[in-house]
Design a protein around this ligand. Structure first.
Ligand code: FUB
Length: 455
């Protein structure tokens, strides 16, 4: 029944034409590591700084969604400052849940060794707070030590692997914060990875591929998979399969071939959620983005019958919604399907909120189910140290029916929040996308926006 309803509303013109990638527009995001937990899909990302000319990365971020199109920004609960031993390069990472705790494996430049190191943070919820679990790196002192990926096998054994241009592999103890035994190097054979590592390629020999970095270790049914960035620069995504978690690996081919994504790196993560399979990756497709200004995107796919991966191409369309949101509950303003112009900030008291709202900016929130009884008012929490501004809410498209106009006043400060109401111009029932269009003094910052609700 749910599927039928979804397919009915997805045939509306507004839904069919919606471009959903990249999934975050308020920051550059990289190296996605998805984790389905309960009713939500979480994505742990790196964060490229604005106007960067290298991977000068300082923190990691978390986003989540229940419907795969509206993503809530949970801010940055982990940064270089969380690790006393780290002083740069907050690169790729992955989070996994075990026994109610969340373990976030990261890599960063180590002050102790002067090279790269693998660390682990722990938290009691998927969005933190997180703290360094052991106060030191798990493995330190090698420039190869980047891009950790972690997997918990059905028998309770956890495995960690990482590396560029070689793959290092170890067992984790049950505590998830110590290594069981030795760190091994996986043999980088042509059989396993399509060719040796790039520096060991022989002139004149044609290889199928070469592992580079960004491993993603996973198990599905009885098969183990290692997906990775491959081929050199620019990178495509390829994969290998094995019958045991430590191999021997068999090179299986490309998953995401090279295309014009605007980013010379690629980095993937894969997860199933609510009966769907998703492939996350990054591109340089946000405005002013590129190789050091990357953005996470997602595609839905189906495994081939034999368990192998299909070829997955990057799209700007992205994925279809797999659920709806209730607009009569409080919705955080930083939950959005797409935005233009706005940014986010966070503080201890408010958490994450939408900032930098200017005339002409917009936010789209999708698949809102108003049910059969129309609300009468729209309420929002806003703050402004200047003159404030207006928020028009249009139904299903930017120039769709004007549902209401909310006036955000001067409130005495950018974090002095005031709850403001607007009466609806007309009734609304059923499932709709809403377009929040911001209007006000040209060039001025208008107001900040924390949450909203229909009543
Ligand atoms: O984001 C920094 C580095 O770029 C990652 O560690 C690599 O996987 C590549 O995506």
């Amino acid at each position: 029944m749910k599927r039928t309803l979804l397919s009915i509303f997805m045939t509306t013109a507004a839904a069919a034409s919606f471009a959903q990638n990249p999934i975050v527009q308020t920051n550059y995001t990289t190296d996605p590591a998805p984790m389905a937990d309960g009713d939500r899909m979480y994505v742990y990302t790196g964060h490229d700084e604005d106007n960067a000319n290298f991977f000068w990365m300082n923190d990691w971020r978390v986003y989540s969604s229940a419907d795969m199109v509206n993503w809530t920004d949970h801010g940055s609960p982990l940064s270089l400052a969380s690790f006393s031993w780290a002083d740069g390069r907050a690169w790729a990472a992955q989070t996994i849940k075990r026994n109610g705790k969340y373990y976030w494996y990261v890599c960063a430049h180590s002050k102790l060794s002067g090279a790269m190191a693998i660390g682990v943070a722990v938290g009691d919820s998927p969005t933190g707070p997180f703290k360094d679990a052991i106060g030191k790196p798990l493995a330190d002192g090698n420039w190869d030590y980047i891009d950790p990926t972690v997997m918990l096998d059905d028998d309770g054994q956890a495995y960690l692997c990482w590396g560029n241009p070689r793959i290092y592999f170890c067992k984790l103890n049950k505590d998830m914060v110590s290594i069981d035994g030795q760190v091994e190097k996986i043999p980088m054979t042509a059989e396993g990875f399509g060719g040796p590592v790039l520096s060991e390629r022989q002139k004149g020999v044609k290889y199928k591929d070469s592992y580079v970095e960004g491993p993603w270790l996973m198990k599905r049914n009885k098969n183990y998979y290692l997906l990775y960035a491959a081929g050199g620069v620019p990178e495509h995504i390829a994969y290998s399969m094995a019958k045991k978690p430590f191999g021997p690996w068999k090179y299986m081919g490309e998953v995401m071939p090279l295309s014009n994504t605007g980013s010379f790196t690629n980095h993937c993560g894969v997860a199933d959620f609510k009966g769907h399979s998703y492939f996350f990756y990054h591109t340089g497709k946000l405005p002013k983005g590129g190789g050091f200004g990357r953005s996470v995107a997602v595609e839905e796919f189906k495994y081939n019958k034999d368990g192998s991966f299909p070829i997955i191409q990057p799209t700007s369309a992205g994925v279809e919604p797999i659920g709806t949101m209730n607009p009569k509950n409080r919705v955080e303003a930083e939950t959005m399907a797409f935005s233009k112009g706005v940014r986010v900030e966070q503080n201890e008291e408010t958490g994450v909120y939408v900032s930098d709202i200017h005339n002409g900016d917009s936010i789209v929130v999708r698949v809102l189910d108003f049910g059969t009884t129309s609300p009468k008012t729209f309420t929002a929490s806003v703050a402004s140290a200047l003159q404030g501004g207006k928020m028009e809410i249009h139904v299903d498209k930017p120039d769709g029916k004007l549902l209401c106009t909310l006036t955000a006043p001067y409130t005495g400060g950018w974090e002095k929040w005031q709850t403001v109401d607007a009466n609806l111009n007309e009734e609304i029932t059923g499932v709709h996308d809403l377009y929040f269009l911001f209007k006000g003094n040209q060039g001025a910052k208008l107001f900040n926006f924390d949450w909203w609700q229909f009543k």
